[in-house]
Design a protein around this ligand. Structure first.
Ligand SMILES: NC(=O)c1ccc[n+]([C@@H]2O[C@H](COP(=O)([O-])OP(=O)(O)OC[C@H]3O[C@@H](n4cnc5c(N)ncnc54)[C@H](OP(=O)(O)O)[C@@H]3O)[C@@H](O)[C@H]2O)c1
Length: 241
């Protein structure tokens, strides 16, 4: 298998898409380090993963944390960055500028820090996979900053693919995916929201974290793919969702 014996770091690997990827790549024979900021969450995630996985507490708001992670790991084959905190839709007029700037901190600047400290350690044939979102291309009112952040990640992906070649750099652009990111929305509102979002896709479904993990695997394994933003959204962009 292409990933057998490879070393993979997943930042954001304690939950949702990152955790699903940790499961998938370890099943494909890779040694995996998952990283996230909350020790308890990390421990709970590791308990459900094979012994070939370890964990590191890393807050990607702190460059020193990120640097220490890659110093410790050393040479590696792939990095997946799925770290992201909860963002509530808010019109720009109501958004203090510091809060607006902060929306970029984990999703964009955290990814920048990760690539900065990981890139020189990626072995030949290796890759980096970042995360944007369909909000980049189909924003709703109240999501202008989230849209800008996701679009910035996509621009970063193309720029870094050119700059870091032959290291490959790609991004996954997920639609609505059922993960713990949505837990702050209480039931039954969450179920209603998922039904509405599913209705706005061509597949009439909400995505599952495993489907994003499959996209991560494809981008890691296919050595002819770089600078690509892979949309995994049930056709929501096409459907006008
Ligand atoms: N789910 C969706 O519908 C959807 C759609 C489009 C895009 N996205 C984006 O996809 C990414 C992954 O989402 P998900 O649904 O898998 O979310 P999730 O289940 O909430 O997982 C997010 C991960 O990020 C980690 N994290 C948060 N802040 C961090 C920090 N400062 N430093 C390090 N790690 C941090 C979390 O762990 P700790 O809490 O332990 O730090 C967790 O492991 C996010 O950027 C999200 O915005 C999600």
């Amino acid at each position: 298998m292409a990933l057998s014996g490879q070393r993979i770091v997943i930042i954001g690997g304690s939950s949702g898409m990152g955790l699903a990827s940790a499961r998938a790549v370890s099943a494909a024979g890779a040694a995996v380090t998952i990283a996230s900021s909350d020790q308890a969450r990390l421990k709970a995630a590791l308990a459900g993963l094979p012994d070939s996985c370890d964990g590191a507490v890393v807050n990607t708001r702190n460059e020193a944390d990120v640097a220490a992670l890659f110093d410790r790991v050393g040479e590696l084959d792939h990095v997946v960055y799925t770290a992201g905190d909860t963002v509530r839709p808010q019109p720009l007029a109501d958004l203090p500028l510091d809060t607006a700037r902060d929306l970029f901190e984990v999703r964009f600047w955290g990814a920048v820090a990760a690539v900065k400290h990981a890139a020189r350690r990626v072995r030949p044939g290796g890759s980096i996979v970042l995360t944007s979102g369909t909000v980049a291309v189909r924003p709703a009112p109240g999501t202008a900053l989230a849209a800008a952040g996701a679009a910035a990640v996509e621009g970063l992906t193309r720029g870094l693919a050119a700059e870091l070649a032959p290291v490959r750099v790609n991004a996954v652009r997920p639609g609505a995916i059922r993960t713990p990111l949505w837990d702050p929305v209480p039931e039954p509102r969450r179920a209603e929201l998922f039904a509405t979002l599913a209705d706005r896709t061509l597949t009439k479904s909400i995505g599952e974290a495993d489907q994003i993990a499959a996209a991560h695997l494809y981008l890691m394994e296919n050595r002819f793919v770089t600078g690509t933003v892979l949309t995994v959204d049930g056709g929501s962009i096409l459907a006008g969702g």
